[in-house]
Ligand binder design. Sequence first.
Ligand SMILES: Nc1ncnc2c1ncn2[C@@H]1O[C@H](COP(=O)(O)OP(=O)(O)OP(=O)(O)O)[C@@H](O)[C@H]1O
Length: 605
Amino acid sequence: MTTHPALDDEQQQLDRSYAFLSDDAPDLPPLFGRVDDAGGSRYVGRADVRDEDGDTVVVAWHAPEAGAFYQACATDPGGVTLKRVVTVSGRQVIALHDEIAGGAAGDVSPSRDQRPVVGKVVVAALEQFRTGAIADATATLRPEQYAIIREPGPGILVIQGGPGTGKTITALHRAAWLAANDDGARAGGLLVVVPNATLRAYVGDVLPRLGAAAVTADVASLYEGPAQLRGRDARPEAARVKGSAVMAMVLRRLVESADRPGETPEELLRGLYGDPALLERLADDLLKAGQRDVLYREPAGSADDEPWTVDDLVLLDELAHLLGRPARRYGHAVVDEAQNLSPMQARAIARRSRDVTLAGDLDCSTGPGKHDDWSELTGYFGSESREVTLSLGYRVPRPVVELSRRQLAGGGVLEVADSLRDGLGTPLVRRVDPGDEAAVAISAGEAAAGTGFKVGVVVAPSRYDETLRYCQSAGIKAGDGREGDLGQAVTLLPADLVNGLEFDAVALVEPAEIGDGTELGRRLLYVAMTRCTQSLAIFHATALPAGMEHLERPAEPREPEVEHRPRPARTEDLVDLFKLLRDDDRMLVEVLIRRLLRDSLERED
Ligand SMILES: Nc1ncnc2c1ncn2[C@@H]1O[C@H](COP(=O)(O)OP(=O)(O)OP(=O)(O)O)[C@@H](O)[C@H]1O
């Protein structure tokens, strides 16, 4: 095993940096990188560290002095002579990766398949098992991500890119960068909005780790009144109508027509939903009869008992505004998965800040309304917007990218992202007996989880409750993803809540139920398929949906009939042997091979 010659020197620098941290400093390493150029040598970390004389020991990643660390790369070192990532574990420097050494490419990935050459440390970061929280990337941000992070704060910036191209991680670093550097964000505060509590749990660590002062909210929690999220609209049409822009006018008329002064938003909205005649009077020219019908809801015993949905809460927020209760304003808002914003949701965010960063992918719209162009959303914030695109894939293995793209009508809005990952090869497809789909998927998921994988088992929303009950009754410890429990080795998720998440392996249950032939269904399927970093397995009892039909195979016999299998001609031909394995065994063996390969690579290092 070879050790980097500078390991001891960097350990000394790390010890020195720890010595100047205040006692209540979080147990995160004070530095993760070093850059040398004509300006000298600087260490880069999450925050500034100074010695007793006030001299800089470590510069914060968001300080201008750290710029060269992020702007230089192996293929374009500029004037940088050393770009080093320092990996620390338990206060010990355990590895050094020099992407640039002596002013030229150093420890980098091999150049192949027209893939960009990146530091090996990026590849190593991608090879880590997922943890249930978004992976840390502050030490390995790429120049194109850093450039977006530092775009000026005022105005509207759209960060788009295919699945896994780093939109979320870039947007969150941008939030932290603006919190530190942008006058507006510093003075007015910074708001980060994600679509739901599940994604909030997934990304919740990033800003505190970066020491950034920001308020993180999910869309439902923007409303600060007494109503809480308690329900979901079973019919997408109801959510679509509630989210549509005409509701702003309907609510304005509602407030103007209210005859009892002092009514709360909750009382007004309950009254509107429960009174078809009132709705007709107010919205006859704005909503068709069928659209008004889907809004009808028998009032619950009290406002507290109402099954308020996310779109109801957004309407309550609009009502609060109309009743003269202004929302808290911020200097800048960063919105993740922004493609799913409804017009009413966009209005709610615009009331809080007109300077926004919207990160998203129009192909991944899984909200009730689809936007064909970003201008349909940016118009709620202002007239001028800038769009930037990330095009290097950090998550989805190439074969999965290829398969998933078949779900997109017309091939999708964006170019196919160039993925850094091969993963574990072509997706596995297994036909099972009707009724067994979820159980088989979960047991394959448990097998993969047994080797260290984080596994997401994705089902159609209509199948979620039944599958969760099955897990509970069978004593299977699967996380309830709908409740934001992403900490278990296996997490169960409905397909409409997987936007933004990432797992080592995804087991997809009965894709035809998710991609039910509608455009929304195909996009749900696309998003679900693109959540894995290593392997995708598909379990189905009915015919596979369009875009997957070529994977259809006859049902396998329950017990493999070994004697009928052709014997491999040569015992050393492992690939043939491998192909004979049942799909779930194959998944397991693939995981084990990968682990062995990684262990042996680590030993070589
Ligand atoms: N420069 C980088 N170095 C290391 N890891 C990175 C880098 N950029 C992104 N990643 C990792 O790639 C994964 C995908 O990133 P992210 O979730 O931000 O993508 P996304 O574009 O928001 O995906 P989606 O929209 O499909 O959810 C994450 O684990 C993230 O930490």
